[in-house]
Design a protein around this ligand. Structure first.
Ligand code: ARE
Length: 583
């Protein structure tokens, strides 16, 4: 037994409850090493209750390049739980607890792993609506200025003595005029990059957190947009930039004018007075961008102000959540306060952190519900767009990522293949629409919340910032690609439960990945050919998806596949995917 690979940690993604009667326990072991793994548990406080009798077999949920991840989901029937693991390999049986290996379980149950008390308050409460949402990301300047149209011209508006600028003329009314288009597409949530009055065209340097940028419209326009969205069953998420502000934000202006005497000097991190910008500013900024001075959220006054901003837009305009910019550079305590303040007003508002890599320390249920899942995006790009990962490596990477968070948090990861910060997938895939479709199919069938970046569904491309944020292409709203997205989104709606709880990787080799999503014998099978060559495979259809064999017809192409016994016989075109549903 490879003991050095065995790992478990309490109160983490290895041990959490999702309801008082539903506990998830995981254990990591070396890939293919164990013959069996059981969890034995009992009441932590009742010495007379037997432990070894309550014994659950743990199953391998996912396997990555190094490890098997065993999992058991059960109703513990007690609120104070203690447990140990029984590991078997060949003739050897070992008991694992207290981060050590033992030949027999100790009599003293205080040495076992503990779930001290299963508290509802400590569970990760992610809004249900978000777990089944399909999000559409809008970069407001580039989307629309009226129905099916974007002006595509610079705009300069003088407001309150200041000039506000944008590049393409998109407006909130423009978004509102195109809600029927978004409805058609099938999305049910929009996330807009910042819309508050800001210095630059991208609006990430806020001047006034309580005003809509005059290039985009007015508060009345915004109210109209939110109301119209809600009427159509579309939720609205705003981008909150609380890590830094813009140069004309009142507090920073005061600091520039009054230096060390400014009452706002503790709102920022100034190393030396007077504050000086330039390539190496003497105050903290976002990156080294001197026009984005970093806000000191550790200062209670600053925190209070920003919490007011956060609650104002929820309370007054009924928005449904926040995407929080540069969330990883803001202190955890601020985010805890933020969550409490927002949730006190709207219990099902969603909070999404912009964190590109491992976000575990922000996703324990007390801060965010979700993070932008760039790690998944990198894997998709490497596997599908540029062929840097084999199908097997891709499967292992996905498996690792799927085990990284607690289940409710995993179900809410905001999955993407594109955003306003990266080259468009289509460009990374050398313009191949086949690869784009493959990636979209993968995204729409993966665990988590898929996010579509505006215009992907119309084949927008672009390597550089000015290109991938280019104006929306409204020339053919009902394009083939649009129809493909529509169909993929519909599939997701039809199989919500299967995708959420029944995602399984069945096999992966150099070129072909096979996975399925199944719940109560309903679901679908997906076979993806990641190579540039034709591939031939006989796929063993799992018992639970037996109905696939009765009518093996492709969901997208309607092609009928042949079968032999429980095998599906496939010829896979280069960079294509086969999807066979049970219905
Ligand atoms: C502007 C110009 C760019 C130029 C840049 C350089 O437009 O052409 O290259 O300046 O100074 C906003 C605007 C940008 C603007 C930027 C600075 O949208 O257009 O760029 O402000 O003025 C990291 C951060 C992450 C951040 C990304 C971009 O952690 O928070 O970098 N994303 C958010 C927004 C951006 C926004 C800002 C932050 C600032 O989504 O749109 O930019 O408010 C790894 C790391 C990540 C890192 C990532 C990319 O994966 O783990 O932490 O993200 O690489 O670098």
């Amino acid at each position: 037994m490879n003991r050095s690979a065995v790992f478990h940690r309490t109160y983490s993604e290895y041990s959490f409850a999702t309801a008082p009667d539903r506990v998830v326990i995981r254990l990591r072991a070396a890939r293919g090493d164990l013959d069996a793994c059981h969890i034995c548990y009992g009441d932590r406080m009742d010495p007379n209750s037997p432990i070894a009798v309550t014994r659950e077999q743990m199953a391998v949920r996912f396997t990555d390049s190094l490890f098997d991840y065993y999992e058991a989901i059960f109703d513990p029937k007690v609120t104070r739980l203690c447990y140990y693991f029984e590991l078997k390999k060949g003739g050897e049986t070992t008991f694992y607890y207290n981060d050590g290996f033992f030949s027999a379980p100790d009599e003293n149950r205080q040495l076992y792993y503990n779930f001290h008390y299963i508290r509802i308050e400590d569970m990760a409460h992610v809004p249900d609506w978000f777990k089944s949402a399909v999000v559409y990301q809008i970069y407001p300047d580039s989307f629309a200025s009226s129905q099916g149209y974007i002006a595509g011209q610079e705009k300069h508006v003088v407001y309150d003595g200041k000039v506000f600028s944008s590049r393409h003329g998109g407006t909130l009314r423009g978004i509102c005029d195109n809600l029927p288009y978004l409805n058609e597409l099938g999305i049910d949530c929009i996330y807009m990059t910042p819309i508050f009055a800001a210095n630059s065209w991208h609006k990430y340097d806020t001047v006034d957190y309580f005003e809509i940028d005059p290039c985009f419209g007015t508060k009345e326009d915004f109210r109209m947009l939110v109301d119209a969205c809600h009427k159509k069953g579309i939720r609205v998420i705003l981008d909150g930039v609380f890590n830094h502000c813009g140069p004309d934000f009142f507090a920073f202006q005061d600091l520039r004018e009054n230096g060390a005497a400014s009452p706002y000097k503790d709102w920022f991190y100034v190393q030396e007075f007077p504050p000086k910008g330039g390539p190496r500013p003497n105050y903290e900024c976002f990156a080294y961008v001197d026009s984005m001075p970093k806000l000191n959220t550790g200062n209670p006054e600053t925190a209070r102000y920003l919490l007011e901003v956060g609650t104002y837009w929820v309370q007054e305009f009924d928005i449904d959540g926040w995407r929080l910019d540069v969330a990883n550079e803001v202190d955890h305590d601020f985010w805890r306060q933020f969550r409490k303040a927002i949730r006190a007003i709207k219990a099902d508002a969603v909070l999404i952190g912009e964190i590109w890599d491992d976000a575990r320390s922000f996703l324990e249920g007390d801060q965010f519900d979700s993070a932008m899942n760039y790690n998944l995006m990198f894997a998709i790009v490497d596997a599908i767009a540029n062929g840097r990962l084999t199908a097997l490596q891709f499967a292992q990477r996905i498996s690792y990522l799927l085990m990284r968070y607690q289940e409710p948090i995993q179900a809410a990861q905001m999955n993407l293949i594109d955003s306003h910060d990266i080259p468009r997938f289509l460009s990374q895939a050398g313009g191949s629409r086949d690869k784009l479709k493959q990636a979209v199919l993968f995204l729409l069938t993966h665990t988590g919340v898929p996010m579509v970046f505006y215009g992907d569904e119309q084949g927008l491309s672009g390597w550089h910032e000015s290109e991938y944020r280019r104006p929306m292409d409204w020339s053919d709203p009902a394009s083939d690609l649009f129809a493909f997205y529509q169909k993929a989104i519909r599939l997701r709606r039809n199989y919500t439960a299967a995708i959420r709880s029944g995602y399984r990787i069945l096999s992966a080799d150099e070129d072909v990945l096979t996975y399925c999503c199944v719940h109560h014998s309903e679901g679908f099978l997906v076979v993806m050919n990641l190579s540039d060559r034709h591939q031939y495979r006989s796929i063993l259809v799992p018992q639970a998806l037996n109905r696939v064999l009765q009518s093996p017809v492709d969901y997208f192409t309607s092609e009928r596949y042949s079968t032999e016994g429980s095998m599906l016989m496939l010829e896979l075109a280069p960079n294509s995917a086969v999807l066979v549903p049970t219905l």
